[in-house]
Every structure is written in C-alpha cells, then in structure tokens.
Design a protein around this ligand. Structure first.
Ligand SMILES: [Zn+2]
Ligand SMILES: [Zn+2]
Length: 384
C-alpha cells in the first residue's frame, strides 16, 4: 500500500507531496499509528523556506511535521503499554544510543549530537497518513484532552523550559515564607514575576504553564493589543507589553525585576538585553532559535557584572523528552479546566493535508496555530 506524504524532495524548491510505502511493524515493540492531526510550526516553515535537505540517509525525500496525534492501528507482539484504538502522541528526537542522557531516556540532552529527529533531521515526520515507531517514543493521550492533544509537542517544549527553571533555581529561588510555595507544590510560582517574549504558539503555551503555576506573567510582542494572539494571552490573565520600537529598558520599567524570562521569539537582541532586568537569582531561558546572522548592541560589562553579582542564569533549552510529554498532557487537562474557551481558539485553522501548498504559501491573518486534518477521529472532531 502507498501513502500520501508532504515534505521536501531533494533538488526541488518548496513544499511537495510524494508517495511512500505504508510503514510496517519491523520490531516486536513497534506500533503502527494512523495520523489524525499534525500541527505546523515555525521550524516547518523555515525548513521549507531554506530548502534544508536533511533527508534520511540514502533517501531523496523527507516528510516534514513533528507535532502529531494519531490512533494505534496495530502493535508488535511485545508492546505492553499501548493497544489498538488508543489515541497517542509521538515524541520527536531519537537518541544517539551512545551517550548517558540518550541511554537514560533524555535524548533532549544528547551529548554527541548524533541524534535524529522525526520531520526535522534525518527521519521522516508526521505529515503523512501513517507512521511506525517503538512504543518507547509514543505516549498515550489520557481522556479529556483529545481535542487539544495535537498541542502536546509544543507544550512539552514549554514544560521542559519551566522544569529547568524550577530545578536549576530550586536551592535559591523558593525562599519566600509561604509553605505552599515550595518547589514541589503547584503554587510554586505565586511569589514570582515572569516575562514571556513572543506570543506565538510557544509563547502562548509557555505563558499557560507559568499561569497554571501562579506566576505573575507579562508577555512581550510587537503587534497591536487587539491582535487575536494578544487577546489569547490576556485571557490567561497575563499582562501585555507591546515592544514594537521599544527596548529592554522600557520593558523592565514596566515589569520591574523578573524572576523568570522565557524567550520564545528568536529576538536575540531584546532577549539578551532583558537579562539585566533579572531579579537576584533570576533565570532566563532562551527557546526561540534565531536564523541567519545579526550583530547586536549590548553593554557587556553591565550584563556580566549583573550576572555575577546577582547569581543569575542565562540558558538555552531545546527539544523535550517523554517525561515532558507526560507533563504536557497533564497540563493540557488543567489548561482546559481553567481556560477552556481560550484553549479552543488556539487551533485557529484546520486544513486537509491535500491543501499543503496553500498552507505553506499563504499565512492567514489572525493565525495562531494551523493543523492538518489527516484522517477522521470522532473523539477529536466532536469535542473540537
Ligand atoms: Zn546522545
Ligand atoms: Zn511565597
């Protein structure tokens, strides 16, 4: 059997469709999944724009897409955690098999760089009707979050960033006198002030995780306040700061000192200048990936002096592991309970996979998150 896939063909410009043989179960722990929805994100657009031919070895096509939800159609004889009919989400990175993090289920922290990634780096992705993978890389979706399950992968990126914040800063950070604000408690963020830079899907979801944990959160973007994505972050009861033609100083004047900054836009100059607005023991996590080259203007002495004197951390965070997918699925439930009508608006546009050209060639105004509807699934569509 042949399946439809969407991605890159070596030597051709732009997004293409092609046929692939339907993937088959090869090992006893493999799982065959029918894709129901696949999310489109900035990485996909960049790969297409830049014709990044990073195909699986020996192949001339690569299916894009690394955010998906699907239904298990078949399982290998030794699969223990999943069965036919389960709704599932796949992870993205496959470890190198050599380094300690990869051998302990943390390929997001791979030390060798020899990992691969579905739909991004040397492996076919999920803009296709089916995929097969080991059950180790496939997470069951709990009941009640089906309509939002396609957001699990981007949310897992935010979960990892916040998890790093909690555990790197735990010894110094939770020094307030409230017993229910310990690092292990849900309200750990209640005496903290945070800033998310960027109100795209990752910025929105990062804001969601901070708000669920009680962090008083600001969001910076360069669009007018009546833009749909700004309305969504405001519905999470975050405060909006329009940073168009404004610098880090203006932002810090409005927010005061910040315990947590999550950069989710790739705006490197603003992000780096904002670090001088960190509070004592504050932490700034960069998750946006700037493309190309850009020289920026910084007061290096001020930055280094502040980092040292105030015990601050500036770090990067990329990818996520199974544990972050599980946190994300848990938080999707809380987000739906606390901000149900808002969460319904996040997936703003849905397209059949056959409309791939239009999706990649024209961005709809007011777009928040676009997804491909690859096949039918009542639990998702009825509730959506
Ligand atoms: Zn590794
Ligand atoms: Zn407190």
């Amino acid at each position: 059997m042949i399946i439809l896939a969407v991605g890159l063909i070596r030597g051709k410009e732009g997004i293409q469709s092609f046929e692939l043989p339907k993937p088959e179960i090869q090992s006893p722990t493999d799982v065959l999944v029918r894709v129901v929805e696949a999310g489109i994100n900035g990485t996909d657009y960049s790969i297409v724009q830049e014709n990044e031919f990073d195909m699986p070895p020996g192949e001339d096509t690569m299916t894009l897409g690394h955010e998906a939800v699907g239904v298990v159609e078949e399982t290998g004889p030794e699969v223990g955690t999943l069965k036919e009919g389960d709704l599932v989400v796949p992870t993205v990175r496959r470890g190198c098999g050599l380094c300690a993090p990869c051998l302990h289920g943390r390929s997001d922290m791979c030390q060798t760089g020899l990992f691969t990634e579905r739909g991004i780096h040397k492996r076919h992705g999920y803009f296709a009707e089916y995929f097969v993978d080991d059950e180790e890389y496939i997470v069951k979706v709990p009941e009640g979050v089906e309509p939002l399950a396609v957001l699990t992968e981007p949310l897992s990126i935010a979960e990892k960033a916040v998890d790093e914040v909690k555990y790197i800063r735990a010894p110094a950070f939770w020094s307030c006198s409230h017993p229910d604000h310990s690092v292990e408690s849900e309200g750990w963020g209640n005496c903290k002030v945070g800033l998310v830079v960027g109100a795209g899907p990752l910025g929105f979801l990062s804001t969601g995780v901070l708000r669920l944990n009680g962090v008083h959160t600001y969001v910076a973007e360069i669009v007018p306040e009546d833009t749909p994505k700004v309305q969504l972050v405001k519905e999470l009861r975050a405060h909006y700061i329009n940073v168009k033609d404004r610098g880090a100083d203006d932002v810090i004047r409005e927010t005061g000192y910040l315990d947590i900054i999550i950069e989710a836009s790739g705006a490197s100059e603003l992000a780096l200048n904002l670090t001088v607005g960190l509070a004592r023991n504050g932490i700034c996590v960069l998750t946006g990936i700037p493309r190309g080259r850009r020289e920026v203007c910084l007061d290096g002495n001020l930055m280094a002096r502040t980092l040292v004197r105030e015990n601050q951390v500036v770090m990067g965070s990329v990818n996520s592991s199974r544990q972050h997918f599980i946190l994300a699925l848990d938080d999707l439930r809380s987000l739906r309970e606390n901000y149900g009508p808002t969460m319904q608006k996040v997936i703003s546009h849905r397209y059949p996979l056959a409309d791939f050209k239009r999706v990649f060639e024209y961005r709809e105004p007011g777009e928040i998150k676009s997804v491909f509807e690859v096949s039918e699934m009542e639990a998702i569509r009825e509730a959506a």
